[in-house]
Write a protein that binds this ligand. Structure first.
Ligand SMILES: Nc1ncnc2c1ncn2[C@@H]1O[C@H](COP(=O)(O)OP(=O)(O)OP(=O)(O)O)[C@@H](O)[C@H]1O
Ligand SMILES: [Mg+2]
Ligand SMILES: [Zn+2]
Ligand SMILES: [Zn+2]
Length: 671
């Protein structure tokens, strides 16, 4: 423990030094507050004139905030056919993985709001299964608004921190709008209006209001301080109190000011608090019907009515979320019709790309105490992600094989596509229509299983491998409420049936891992084979001869070599031209983008080359694994070399042994 005057790093701080540092930190904490702009309404108007963005309405601010972080391209098969203009929004990419089309929907909604259309004024409702990321999306937006670099201003001491432009007299709005280059919406709140009209300091000697002198201050949105960001959750569903939404009479002051007096009312309902920002409305569909009227006028006219006062203007984005069952019930209830029209549903299904699902688990594990303590063998999270995705898919006549479908969505399995051309676009749209992703296993279910596996990581080794994960997932079904017997049986089948399951997939992958490890000079050999193939295929496509660098003799491209590789992945004689052409285009495209092009760049060809190299290997592998007792030095050496290759690929020695064991068992059973 550092002593009183010392710090942990061993450099002792003198008493004076400590006090100086303390003073400096305290000073800095105040400097932040000093940075906050204060001025008059007139000065504020100059700011607006300089940059109209400071007076944007909430949806527009949110839209800008998202766009300011920029976008990235969605590449390759990842690019879902749903929208031609699909992009990744950097604003979300660190927290939300996959589901690009949902975020795209969301951004469109805010864009509609930024353009001040009717659409953008509706109540946003995120509909999706449990743990699909609805709350996470809302909280990213809220945190983003708190840190939004575009400054925001309000009338000083206004209970709803309103837009200062409300001070501009109605009769002169058009002229001011013209001069400032902005649209002015809304009128003064009762409190500000009362102050302006009754406090003598805002009158000149002719009796006119000096509204241009009214104090304006920069606004810092903060959910914790209840400024501009609110959460509304009815405390008691049976006895919902509207005042939580629109404020209430201030009992302490009502005797002093009397009823209907602006100073005798507390404008601190959640809708008022969230003026200028966003309100998260939890369980909106369970709200009492009397709340509907309030919500309808907010959505329609951006007005709320506190009892005894004229309607007051609010500028807030209402976001709520719900599950599908609840939403269907709400939709079918005629009583809710008026609200139906004012809602803008966005469906938030689960991820259908398992690599993105893996990213979710990584994110959650990196925040847990297991990070750095437990070794996760390669493929462990991939298998968990694959399982989750499999349970979410719907069957399709186009592609009855779920594993294959999962790989298509993940951007793999292009090769199979060449064999039996599946229209990915049709497949995806068909899935959407069937509500693909709206049911199945949630990330939370998988995380619960993973946490158990991580928490009981084998004594001594401290590792978790895919087999442990599969086991933990199976076990998790005994500790989960909410699946029907039928669902449960189907999910367990997808996890560990003999064919078409995660376990079956893992067996194949494990085998490939071992093969690769034994083929230690693998990458060099593969690259050489690849270069040779590409050289020939390129000449073939360009209808050129091959020039021997030494003898300068010309010859035809080597058909035999090319076919021996293509046959490995089932490219027929009839399909070879198309395959080579596709590859040729892919190569030129990669080069145009300035990307390296090696044997791993084009997965179908990588697979073909690996298969070709590996066919001769199976014998060597089984020999090594069978030789447990004899401990032949040559065999041992081979094994150790394989293990060192596995270690390079992210296995630890213990995990490598476990993998060898697993594959050895498989091979023995096959004999
Ligand atoms: N697409 C995704 N990207 C990143 N994380 C995700 C995604 N989907 C879910 N998660 C993670 O899963 C967990 C649950 O998500 P969240 O609580 O946001 O879901 P929800 O839809 O609000 O669930 P509920 O209906 O149970 O309230 C969170 O830790 C979240 O980070
Ligand atoms: Mg939630
Ligand atoms: Zn006000
Ligand atoms: Zn390990």
């Amino acid at each position: 423990m550092p002593d009183r005057e010392g710090r942990g790093d061993g450099v002792p701080l003198s008493k004076n030094h400590f006090e100086d540092s303390l003073d400096e930190l305290v000073r800095q904490s105040k400097a932040v507050r000093d940075d906050i702009w204060e001025g008059t309404m007139k000065e504020y108007m100059a700011l607006v004139h300089k940059d109209a963005k400071v007076s944007q309405l909430a949806p527009g601010r949110i839209y800008d905030m998202i766009m300011q972080k920029g976008t990235a391209e969605v590449v390759g098969v990842e690019k879902l056919p749903h929208y031609e203009d699909l992009v990744k929004y950097n604003f979300f990419t660190e927290e939300i993985f996959g589901v690009e089309e949902i975020l795209h929907d969301l951004v469109r909604f805010f864009r509609a709001g930024a353009n001040r259309t009717e659409t953008g004024k509706r109540i946003l409702i995120l509909v999706g299964p449990v743990s699909s990321g609805k709350s996470t999306i809302v909280s990213i937006l809220k945190r983003g608004m708190e840190q939004d670099p575009t400054p925001l201003f309000a009338i000083r001491n206004c209970p709803v921190h309103e837009e200062p432009l409300h001070l501009v007299p109605r009769s002169q709005r058009a002229e001011f709008e013209n001069l400032l280059g902005v649209k002015i919406e809304g009128d003064l709140c009762p409190v500000c209006k009362y102050r302006l009209t009754t406090e003598p300091e805002w009158r000149d000697h002719d009796g006119n209001y000096k509204w241009e002198d009214f104090p304006v201050v920069q606004l810092q949105l903060s959910e914790r301080s209840r400024v501009g960001i609110g959460t509304f959750q009815p405390s008691d569903p049976k006895n919902q109190d509207i005042s939580e939404l629109i404020g209430h009479v201030d009992l302490g002051r009502i005797t002093q000011y009397g009823e209907g007096h602006p100073l005798g009312y507390k404008f601190d309902g959640e809708l008022q608090v969230s003026n200028r920002g966003m309100i998260e409305y939890v369980e909106i569909l369970k709200c009492d019907i009397k709340f509907h009227y309030v919500l309808i006028t907010v959505a329609q006219e951006q007005l709320i009515k506190a009892p005894g006062f004229p309607q007051t203007y609010v500028d807030t984005v209402i976001v709520s979320h719900t599950n599908q069952t609840e939403f269907e019930k709400f939709k079918s209830n005629k009583e809710n019709e008026a609200l139906h029209d004012r809602m803008y549903p966005i469906y938030v299904p689960y991820n259908l790309k398992y690599q993105d699902e893996v990213a979710i688990y990584r994110k959650l594990i990196s925040r847990s105490e297991f990070q750095d303590k437990v070794h996760l063998a390669p493929l462990s999270l991939e298998m968990a992600g694959l399982f989750a995705v499999l349970t979410r898919l719907t069957s399709s006549p186009q592609c009855p094989d779920f594993l294959k479908k999962a790989k298509y969505y993940n951007g793999e399995a292009i090769m199979e596509k060449e064999k039996d051309p599946v229209d990915l676009k049709k497949l995806w749209l068909e899935g959407k229509e069937k509500g693909e992703g709206m049911s199945g296993i949630s990330p939370r279910f998988v995380m619960n299983a993973l946490n158990i596996a991580l928490g009981t990581a084998k004594e001594g080794t401290g590792c978790v491998n895919p087999v442990d994960v599969i086991r933990a997932l199976k076990h998790q079904f005994d500790h989960h409420i909410g699946f029907t017997d039928e669902e449960r049986a189907r999910y367990i089948d997808l996890l560990m049936a003999e064919k078409g399951s995660v376990l079956a997939e893992y067996r194949q992958k494990a085998r490939k891992e071992i093969n690769r490890a034994f083929l230690f000079a693998y990458d060099d050999q593969a690259q050489a084979l690849f270069d040779n193939y590409m050289h020939n295929a390129t000449s073939y496509c360009m209808k050129r001869k091959i020039l021997d660098p030494v003898t300068h003799e010309e010859s035809e491209p080597d058909e035999k070599l090319m076919r021996s590789i293509e046959e490995m992945v089932g490219i027929s004689e009839g399909a070879k031209a198309e395959f080579r052409q596709g590859l040729f285009v892919f190569k030129s495209d990669s080069m145009d983008r300035g990307k390296a092009f090696d044997f791993k760049s084009y997965p179908p060809l990588q697979e073909a080359i690996e298969k070709k190299l590996i066919t001769d290997l199976k014998n060597i592998v089984s020999l090594t694994l069978a030789d447990r007792s004899r401990k032949d030095p040559k065999t041992m050496e081979r094994k150790n070399e394989a293990i060192s290759k596995l270690v390079e690929r992210g296995y630890c020695p213990a995990c490598s042994e476990a993998l060898l064991e697993f594959v050895g068992e498989m091979l023995r059973k096959e004999e």
